[in-house]
Design a protein around this ligand. Sequence first.
Ligand code: CTP
Length: 406
Amino acid sequence: MKRVLLIIGGGIAAYKAPDLVRNLRAQGLAVRCLLTSAAEQFVSPLSLASVSGDKVYENLFDLTDEAEMGHIQLSRDADLILVAPATADLMAKAAQGIANDLASTTLLATDKPVMLAPAMNVRMWEHAATQRNLGQLKTDGLHFVGPEKGDMACGEFGFGRMSEPTEIAARAASLLDDDADSAPLKGKKVLVTAGPTHEPIDPVRYIANRSSGKQGYAIAEALAAMGAEVHLVSGPTALGDVQGVHMHRLETAEQMYDACHALLPLDIGVMTAAVADWRPELCADQKLKKTETGLPELTLRENRDILASLGGSKQKPSLLIGFAAETHNVEAFARDKLARKNCDWIVANNVALDSGIKGGVMGGDENAATLVRQNKTEAFGQMSKVETAKTLAQRIAAHFSAAEKS
Ligand code: CTP
């Protein structure tokens, strides 16, 4: 049986807590309640103890409880921490990492998913500080249900009503279900390369390409969301770090080659980077001056192919995926690359200017990828790069689940 730790904050909606406990239990969940001291003004610990069938926790400094069960264990014992009602005060503490009572300490100590059902006056909800805290908590990966729009106990109307107990209980149950199914790549070590590389000519100039890194970053995020240990090896991009992913930022193709090989052994390699094919043979120590040298001659050397080197390695990842940018004959060229680089799948992008993709594939937010495998070709169709990433991640998860069953 899955266990929910219900943290009840001090707001008028706390009177719905016994009903929420009943609904959670009706979903087949075991419930343990933790009351803030303000919540005790709205709901009695005794009524919660009787509907939950468990002891109710109230005070951080209750030494007997600390001896029986410390706040760390209280938070770890649950599969989900649900905060309902989540007051503006509790949200602010959680967003800032403040831990000065049992509820806030438990929220800071947990390693389990946390869901909040906010309830407060509409002005408090709309206040810039609360909205800032909401943004921070979402970035930190906390889940939200509500608030709803409607009449409030204080006589005002707007967003701030706590969602109904039936709704909160259903969302909690579905989050716990997803959680079990949502980590199909747990235990898999994944390399994703992304972005362009910069190949220096002198301290201020370089050769580069128009890759934005968006597709690779989205893939890293989608695979991490499935529980994989993801290493994102990225050339220079304007994108921020991906939460929950190990970032390895570098500049040149040669640095990328070394960083990828240093990560072996790997279960999965997804090579989206637009690695520069060539680099200037020499990088000048000082800025080249046009007067001194006239027209400089750039002698280029070929960069080592990272994908092909992994494909030919004794430690080849069990699923190695390359990317191909094609303007025509998309599938035929992709198949040729599949064989040449000894990879398992190729994701081919049509980068022709007349491909119909808004903003173009390079740098844009959309893609129309085709997944080419040894004996199967699948067109994903035109969709956002985030959707493309999720679709590819699902195919990868399905591949491993089929392999593990056979
Ligand atoms: N790749 C790599 N290391 C390189 C060059 C390419 O890992 N030095 C990888 C890319 O990350 C991508 C695939 O190889 O997964 C693309 O191969 P590439 O031969 O560069 O294909 P295109 O860019 O499509 O160019 P072309 O059609 O000219 O071969």
